[in-house]
Design a protein around this ligand. Structure first.
Ligand code: NAD
Length: 370
């Protein structure tokens, strides 16, 4: 087992570009796609994931297997396994880290808030600790989230606004990532770029997220619960196609400068789509791609907790409708999301139909997202 790991990890990190990238969260949705892209263009890539059971793990093992077939090895380890991190970073001379591993999802934070702190705060700190002792230090791009905008009444969503009112413990840990990153830049001179992703969807997506869970329900003929805002207003979201997010992650990795204590880099970027759309429009795109009508059950938004955040998002989304979320990323990363929602959904459904051609797996058929 050990020998196989060493051999495969060594193969996986062979690079024709000079870059050796540790991608954490490669059994997850975004990490899988980014790792695949890097490998294809010749970078050395190594994955790390603890395969946590937040959603059905079958899809995680399938992603990791598919990556391994493309030459990317995923080490099964936790971010809190510091000696493993030290080993990986030093043995394979990692030049860049794309830190995507995290306890994702907003609602699960109500059930197990400590898991967010363990992975997203303690695990993130372990990773940065391991990086700071490397010579040279790897440059680090990490995932934040649009959820950091929370209840702040800032408009448009701009990186220059102070955001200090997270509406979920998930969002609080993501904001904590940005602040912790800043301290590592300030004290140790690590180069750090944070990316605030806006609701990502696409092939190999997350079963707890709307596009995936709604597709399962439409197929089963089950009703979709759709929250309405005050006065029956429509919810809006920036659904962003995975290829556009990969483009932003790749540009961030390619442009992050090597640091010295004096020149260490610290940036945060929004990575979203150009136009927020209503959830109803998203469902129409799904209906067209699937070729079946959804049963829609409109319900008033509950006044507290999780959904209050959605409510805040709605009003913010409405106010920033005409304004670009990605101004800074467009200027500094040349980030240009190009995939229309219908095109992206068509690609997602084509993948879904192929992946589940023999029907849903047992664990997915009985899965109820939080
Ligand atoms: P994902 O859950 O599919 O992937 C995350 C992976 O990290 C999982 O495979 C999980 O097993 C792994 N992981 C969790 N804790 C770990 C730990 N302690 N040690 C090792 N591995 C661990 O989520 P995703 O959608 O691919 O998200 C990637 C990143 O982007 C996350 O940081 C997430 O918070 C952030 N993000 C995602 C979205 C989105 O819409 N998908 C939006 C905003 C931010």
């Amino acid at each position: 087992q050990k020998r196989r790991f060493e051999t495969t990890a060594a193969e996986s990190t062979k690079s024709s570009t000079g870059r050796v990238i540790l991608v954490t969260g490669t059994a997850g949705f975004v990490g899988y796609h980014c790792a695949k892209f890097f490998k294809k263009r010749g970078d050395g890539v190594l994955g790390l994931d603890n395969f946590n059971p937040y959603y059905p793990v079958g899809i995680k093992y399938d992603r990791a297997q598919d990556l391994e077939d493309s030459g990317v090895y995923t080490i099964k380890a936790d971010l809190n396994d510091r000696s493993m991190l030290d080993h990986i970073l030093q043995e394979y001379k990692v030049t860049h880290v794309l830190a995507l591993a995290a306890q994702a999802g907003v609602r699960y934070a109500t059930k197990d808030p400590a898991s967010y702190v363990a992975s997203n705060v303690a695990g993130f700190v372990q990773l940065l600790e391991a990086c700071r002792f490397c010579d040279p230090q790897p440059r680090i791009v990490y995932a934040s989230s649009s959820s950091v905008y929370g209840l702040n009444t800032v408009s448009p969503f701009s990186e220059s606004h102070q955001v200090d009112k997270p509406a979920s413990r998930y969002a609080a840990t993501k904001k904590a990532n940005e602040m912790i990153a800043h301290t590592y830049r300030h004290i140790y001179g690590l180069s750090m770029t944070g990316l605030r992703f806006f609701t990502v969807y696409g092939p190999w997506g997350r079963p707890d997220m709307f596009a995936f869970s709604a597709t399962i329900k439409i197929h089963k003929g089950e009703a979709l619960k759709i929250f309405q805002g005050p006065g029956g207003s429509e919810l809006e979201r920036d659904f962003t196609y995975i290829d556009d997010i990969v483009q932003g992650c790749v540009a961030s990795v390619d442009r992050i400068p090597a640091s010295t204590k004096e020149t260490a880099h610290f940036k945060v970027y929004n990575l979203g789509n150009k136009d927020p759309v209503t959830v109803t429009y998203m469902i129409e795109c799904l209906e067209r791609a699937i070729g079946k009508k959804a049963i829609k059950n409109y319900v008033p938004m509950p006044p507290t907790g999780d959904v209050l955040k959605t409510s805040a998002d709605v009003s913010l989304a409405t106010r920033r409708k005409a304004q670009l979320v990605n101004v800074k990323a467009e200027k500094e990363l040349d980030y240009k999301p190009t995939t229309s929602l219908q095109d992206g959904i068509n690609k997602f459904i084509a993948w879904y139909d192929g992946y589940y051609k023999d029907g849903l797996t047992k664990e997915m058929a009985s899965y109820v997202p939080y």
